[in-house]
Design a protein around this ligand. Structure first.
Ligand code: OSB
Ligand code: MG
Length: 413
């Protein structure tokens, strides 16, 4: 009886006579989206994180829990609390998912998680909101196929290489001490956040102390093209890259700057999809691209950006948005694709959180790597009870009890 009910709820009506119209194999492989739960949780970072656009500490994070055919998948929305990194916020994501995305996805039968991107094609922008939903479906698809998410994405690495991103500090000395601690943990690349007035002196102090480490800077759009003479001074420090020095939507100015400095420019904020990557590469606006799942709309968008970069021999790495373990687990899976040849900003849970919402927490080896999980789906267990305790609001969308076969026909997938 219980199984019967589970099957009913899971929409597996094909077992009761629909198989003559719809090949069983095809139907079984569809993801029948039964329930979407949207939650906002509050989590406090262990320490404030300062970038050129402001300080982050009290995080408001939106999580997606999607159930299809009895399988649960998780996604994280990587927005900031304010529209300072990009135009999205926790609140805009809540609005767009509640009023547009969830109603469109619930009750649909999907053959592949990437179809979410097609279904959401009529919604302009809001990449991070879209990514939260799409990525939960990727987790489900991987579990249903019994493979690790990394494998479903086409990833090949068994370990990924890790770097850290260090927020702006009070003094160069304080920064140097912090770098030393991170190097002791094994991290393979150090990225320093910089802004006008807190830049060359800080980089010089770190470089003097550690002449051989892989070092980069991230300006989060804090400079203008007129600062080119100033930015050229970074060429003295043998940096791996300078990330997003100029405005968030200005690829062309980066091309003009790249022609005037030796340090490789890496674009972050400017790249919201494969078209931007293609334009930036062809304009010589950068030599490296940072891929963030949220910024490019989820795993399908990330794969496309990756592929454009791969075809043009442009190295990529995985950026971070101070994620919980759910977002980190997605980042780890994505980082196994072949083009991710540089250390990413995917680091240990314990650098940010007293207690992460997945177990085991994400851990980094002494060699500065993360072992990619070999179990199906995300490969980490989500702590449901903890999430419930951290939640400040939630919303549910439940599929109407129509048969899978009807949806299969009706939606023309
Ligand atoms: O530009 O990479 C960025 C955090 C918030 C907003 C933007 C950025 C960052 C980081 C953090 O650098 C990286 C991490 O999650 O460890
Ligand atoms: Mg950045």
């Amino acid at each position: 009886m219980v199984h019967f009910l589970v099957d009913m709820l899971a929409g597996r009506f094909y077992k009761f006579g629909f198989t003559r119209h719809f090949p069983e194999r095809e139907l079984r492989e569809l993801m029948n989206v039964e329930l979407i739960t949207l939650r906002e949780i509050r989590m406090r970072l262990k320490a404030p994180f300062e970038t050129s656009f402001g300080v982050m500490q009290d995080r408001r994070i939106v999580l997606l829990e999607v159930i299809a055919d009895g399988t649960t998948g998780w996604g994280e929305v990587t927005t900031g609390e304010t529209p300072s990194y990009n135009s999205e916020t926790t609140e805009t994501a809540w609005h767009i998912i509640s009023d547009f995305i969830a109603p469109l996805i619930v009750g649909k039968c999907l053959a592949h998680a990437k179809e979410v991107a097609t279904l959401l094609g009529g919604i302009r922008g809001h990449q991070m909101a879209k990514a939260g939903v799409e990525n939960a479906l990727w987790d489900i698809e991987a579990q249903q196929k019994g493979v690790p998410l990394s494998e479903l994405l086409g990833g090949t690495r068994r370990q990924i290489v890790c770097g850290v991103s260090l927020g702006i500090r009070e003094t160069p000395q304080a920064l140097v001490r912090r770098v030393e601690e991170e190097l002791r943990c094994g991290y393979q690349r150090i990225k320093l956040k910089v802004k006008p007035g807190k830049d060359l002196e800080y980089v010089a102090a770190v470089r003097e102390q550690f002449p051989d480490i892989r070092l980069s800077v991230d300006a989060n759009c804090a400079y203008r093209l007129e600062d080119a003479d100033h930015l050229r001074k970074f060429d003295d420090f043998q940096l791996l890259m300078m990330e997003q020095p100029l405005e968030w939507d200005d690829i062309h100015s980066h091309a003009r700057l790249q022609a005037q400095i030796r340090t490789a420019i890496c674009l972050d904020e400017c790249i919201n999809g494969a078209g931007h990557a293609y334009a930036a590469i062809h304009m010589n606006a950068c030599k490296i691209i940072n891929i963030k799942l949220g910024r490019v709309g989820g795993h399908s968008g990330a794969s496309k950006v990756h592929d454009v970069c791969w075809e043009h021999a442009v190295p990529v790495w995985c950026g971070g948005m101070l994620e919980t373990g759910i977002g980190r687990a997605h980042n780890i899976a994505m980082s196994t694709l072949p083009g991710f040849t540089l250390p990413g900003d995917v680091s240990a849970s314990s650098r940010y959180w007293d207690e992460d919402i997945v177990e085991p927490p994400i851990e980094v080896t002494e060699a500065g790597t993360i072992h990619v999980p070999r179990t199906s789906g995300l490969g980490y267990k989500v702590k449901h009870d903890l999430i419930d305790r951290l939640s400040v609001r939630n919303k549910h969308w439940k599929a109407e009890a129509t048969s899978a076969a009807e949806k299969f026909v009706g939606k023309g997938i």
